[in-house]
Structure formats: structure tokens, C-alpha cells
Write a protein that binds this ligand. Sequence first.
Ligand SMILES: CC(C)(COP(=O)(O)OP(=O)(O)OC[C@H]1O[C@@H](n2cnc3c(N)ncnc32)[C@H](O)[C@@H]1OP(=O)(O)O)[C@@H](O)C(=O)NCCC(=O)NCCS
Length: 168
Amino acid sequence: MSRTDAIVRLLARDEGPIFRTLRLEALTLDAETFASDAGMEAVRPAEWFAERVVEGVAGAFVGGELVGVAGYSRHTNPKQAHKATLFGMYLRRAHRGSGLAGRLVSAVIEHARAEGCERLLLACNARNDGAIRLYEAAGFRRYAIEPRALKQVDGSYADDALYALDLA
Ligand SMILES: CC(C)(COP(=O)(O)OP(=O)(O)OC[C@H]1O[C@@H](n2cnc3c(N)ncnc32)[C@H](O)[C@@H]1OP(=O)(O)O)[C@@H](O)C(=O)NCCC(=O)NCCS
């Protein structure tokens, strides 16, 4: 399928179930790249996924099928509400290297601007070179490394690279 067949847009209010399916796939197939856990999220109620979608999840569709997602979550504390986090970036393997990941990041940035977000944050495994190149190409700048941010199931630790994009 060529990239011209692809559509990138925010998911609609009733698309929580397809977001859930792809999110659980991401947490299963690329478990080491995410802080969250498939087992933990599989038992979450449908409303939790619906709420994420209402807040803003960009989706990449190819041939009408959801193949990639990137989430947007606004911070709720009033003193932090100028910030939001890009989370859950995932593209099915067959569609990697197609440019869709960049379009997903751009869609989240566009949504953040429209929501009046001033600073978009993300955390990424410091060894995830492909994702890091993608975020840096989109304008994110690294502001810190969090050592031993995650402890994997095998007992090894992973550092997170912390990135921000100023929109104000
Ligand atoms: C992270 C992920 C979504 C990236 O998707 P991808 O299709 O593999 O990424 P892309 O190939 O489009 O982007 C990476 C490359 O394109 C380049 N690129 C993307 N947009 C660009 C732009 N606008 N300008 C210049 N370069 C760009 C990047 O520099 C990078 O270069 P490389 O070919 O040397 O690696 C995907 O690999 C994935 O789902 N991985 C598993 C889950 C994961 O790691 N999620 C991130 C959690 S933080």
C-alpha cells in the first residue's frame, strides 16, 4: 500500500475500541519501549480508552485500517496545564519508514497548538535511536536524561531521554 493511500487524523469519539486494540498490540510487541504494560491496560474499562480518544489521539489509517497512533494528554494540575505529553507513539512494523510516524507527530503537535498547549513533552528510551531522530526532526529538544527510568521485567534498567517542544 503506498503512503498516498494513508490518512492521518484525530480519532473520532467512537473509535476508542480500535485505539484499545492497537495500544494493546504496541504494549505487547514493543513492550520494552513503553512505561505502561499490556496486562495492566487490558483490564482497563472501555471508558478509559474513550477518554484518551476524546482528549486527542492521532491515528494513521491505511486502507481504512488503523496502523499507527500517537496520544496527547494535557496535564491537569492548574499550574501545569500549559503543558501536555505526547505518549504511546506506535506504528505497525509493515508501515515503518513510510513517513507516517512523522505525520502522526505533526498531527499531535497541530492538536496541541489548537488546544492552546504551550509546551509539549515526551519521554523516550534513550537508546531508541529511530524514535529520537523522529522527535528531533519534528523540533523536540532534549532537556534531560532520567537514569534508570524503567526497570524491565528481566531486571535491567533503561534510561529515558526527556524532550520538549515549545509552542508558545
Ligand atoms: C517509533 C516509531 C513510531 C517510528 O516510526 P518509523 O516509521 O520507524 O520512523 P521513521 O522511519 O518515519 O522515522 C525515523 C527516521 O526518519 C527520519 N525522519 C522522520 N521525519 C523526518 C523529518 N521530518 N525530517 C528529517 N528526517 C525525518 C528520522 O530522522 C529517522 O531517520 P533514520 O531513517 O535514520 O532512522 C516506530 O519505529 C515504532 O512504532 N516503534 C516501536 C514503538 C516505539 O518505539 N515507540 C516510541 C516510544 S518513545
